[in-house]
Design a protein around this ligand. Sequence first.
Ligand SMILES: O=C(O)CCC(=O)C(=O)O
Ligand SMILES: [Fe+2]
Length: 268
Amino acid sequence: MDRTLAAAAAFHAQPIEKKMELKVDNAMQGYLPMRGSTTRTSTLNANNKPNENEAFFVKREGEAGVTNRWPDVPGFKETTLAYYEALEALAIRMLPLYARALDLPAEYFDAKCERPFSSLRLSHYPPVPAYAENQFGIAPHTDSTFITLLAQNKVAGLQIRRQDGVWIDAPVIDGTFIVNTGDILHRWTNGRFLSTPHRAFNVSGGSRYAIPYFFHPSQETLIECLRTCRVEGEEPRFPAMTTAEYMAWFRGRNYDHLRKSAPAAAAE
Ligand SMILES: O=C(O)CCC(=O)C(=O)O
Ligand SMILES: [Fe+2]
């Protein structure tokens, strides 16, 4: 955790020209500049201002279609890949908990998440002394994931929205992870599991880094209402879509460099 947070700091400390050499591509690999995203998929808030953060994305090394881009930062590749592997293993170990909680066989999700279509995000939130109206470090949203494993931050700033609509500060507990349920699990369970609304600011006066690991099922896995999540005769609330289809829609809306090529379909 500490080493990966340090790698995030080292990456973002580079001059902007170096970072721009690895500018994010259509597969969401590389560097997303400041204000390069606006969280448009969110139904929580009319997000219309770009997010006050910059980020670097690492995808699953060795996965078909993945060509990670690596900066000239000593140890960066080794550190981030080791962290990636450890978090992938942790997420996979958690799958039986979800399966059992949904009255499914413990191994139900294992084969569907064999090659997780995941990513690691290394974000930098520069200090913003006073956020404007409707401006955030990252705007209110839910993640697209099955689950997100978010290493606890040394610098507070993450807030979570309770079901009654009140935003609360996520408690900072050293050495732990926050596990956020994402939209894929929400859809798969026909809305039974709620994806966690959250947002972040940085009013600390110094830099803030975050290293969420976004865990998704395999690309070809069909996310279709689980049989234990609806009663006989009830219609699924969400159309069935593969992980890859869902992600294409999600990214097309939120990331400026992908907007033109975004598929128009499938808005909820
Ligand atoms: O900065 C944080 O603590 C949360 C980041 C986040 O929610 C995201 O990148 O999706
Ligand atoms: Fe998030």
